[in-house]
Design a binder for this molecule. Structure first.
Ligand SMILES: C=CC1=C(C)c2cc3[nH]c(cc4nc(cc5[nH]c(cc1n2)c(C)c5CCC(=O)O)C(CCC(=O)O)=C4C)c(C)c3C=C
Ligand SMILES: [Fe+2]
Ligand SMILES: [Fe+2]
Length: 340
């Protein structure tokens, strides 16, 4: 029997289009700063076995019976404090990063953005790229430090989608870039620029990374080591003898032991031991979000000032800064090597 084009499966892209797709991915965020939307988002996020490593039979009753009845109202109030005209900051900034990357890559690749939890979902965006003829796709989780709860779960979700395809697009994934000179240089330049623009001279620069349960370090997750290495390289690169740099971990969740030192207790301890002027940066977050704009810039400031601090500044993440976009373009282009 001779091959007929109409025999192509319905989900097949245009033949030999040769197009390349890039999907940048971040964590996910609620659709609205309202209790119901936050409950739906947290329900999906906190049901991920990569995020909460407790057997579902024990965890789901706690999640459905307690957490989803209490936390969404509190979190929605926090989201309202940082919500923008364009929606959640994390979604708005990620969309802008994709548009900026598209401008920089031009015709050589089609760029989309997606979220691991909520919308636009990874399957939806992978399908969009494939429908547009992309046969090769670079999946780029925008987490500089590898963590099973973030990087690996993005790859799991894409693999789940691939598992339903008869004819799969070829997929590459962006490796962690915690020690990549392009990333360290971008952070050093952007943080130095922001420090120089402050109207005070900080004594301490806190480098606050998202926390993880301590057990994940003991189980072999490289996340903690990646954060420490980023911090060490950044400190070396910035070479500021006038500034004491301290690495901390934020956003503790639940009763288990998390990585230490914790950002909130460090802020109080620093103030208590006499530090008056402090700046805080969050190098592990590619985009500003609830964790930086509310937890650090609002709650963190309150904690430091109430404990005796006098001047406090939260620095922006790389977002769509020149330094950040130049870094993103460089690491994505490198990964597309051989394709474009
Ligand atoms: C056990 C719970 C959590 C783990 C593990 C965890 C890991 C983790 N998270 C990020 C990045 C982000 N987390 C964000 C919000 C957020 N994180 C948790 C819990 C865990 N995170 C919760 C419950 C929330 C929601 C907000 C709240 O109710 O407090 C965000 C911001 C999302 C936004 O909409 O702005 C980011 C980004 C990393 C990098 C990480 C592990 C390394
Ligand atoms: Fe988180
Ligand atoms: Fe938080």
């Amino acid at each position: 029997m001779t091959w007929q084009p109409q025999q192509l499966p319905a989900d097949h892209p245009p033949v030999n289009s040769g197009k390349i797709g890039v999907l940048i991915v971040n964590l996910g965020t609620p659709e609205a700063a309202e209790t119901g939307a936050v409950r739906r988002y947290l329900g999906e996020f906190l049901s991920d076995r990569r995020v909460i490593e407790i057997p579902a039979i024990a965890w789901q009753p706690i999640l459905r019976g307690i957490i989803l009845n209490t936390r969404p109202k509190k979190s929605a109030a926090a989201y309202r404090e940082v919500w923008t005209d364009k929606g959640s900051p994390l979604a708005a900034i990620t969309a802008d990063q994709a548009a900026g990357l598209q401008d920089r890559l031009g015709e050589s690749a089609m760029v989309e953005w997606g979220m691991r939890y909520g919308e636009p979902s990874i399957p939806r965006q992978l399908q969009k790229l494939m429908d547009a003829g992309c046969e090769r796709i670079l999946l780029a989780p925008l987490y500089p430090q590898y963590c099973a709860a973030t990087t690996a779960t993005v790859v799991d979700k894409a693999a789940e989608w691939l598992g339903e395809k008869r004819w799969q697009a070829s997929l590459r994934t962006l490796p962690p870039y915690h020690d990549d000179p392009a990333y360290i240089d971008a952070l050093a330049a952007d943080i130095s620029r922001q420090l120089d623009a402050l109207d005070f001279t900080p004594e301490v620069l806190l480098l606050s990374f998202h926390g993880m349960p301590k057990r994940t370090l003991e189980l072999g997750d490289p996340y903690h080591c990646h954060c420490r290495k980023t911090a060490r390289l950044l400190e070396e690169k910035m070479a500021r003898s006038d500034l004491r740099m301290v690495t901390t971990f934020q956003s503790r969740f639940g009763p288990a032991k998390w990585l230490t030192p914790a950002t909130d207790t460090t802020l109080e301890e620093e103030a208590a031991k006499g530090t008056k002027r402090l700046a805080i940066a969050a190098p592990g977050f590619s985009a500003d979000c609830l964790e930086t704009l509310e937890e650090l810039a609002i709650r963190g400031k309150e904690q430091f000032m109430e404990a005796g601090g006098e001047q406090f500044a939260t620095l922006s993440c790389l977002n769509t800064s020149d330094a950040g976009m130049t870094m993103l373009e460089a690491i994505i282009r490198r990964e597309l090597g051989g394709w474009i």
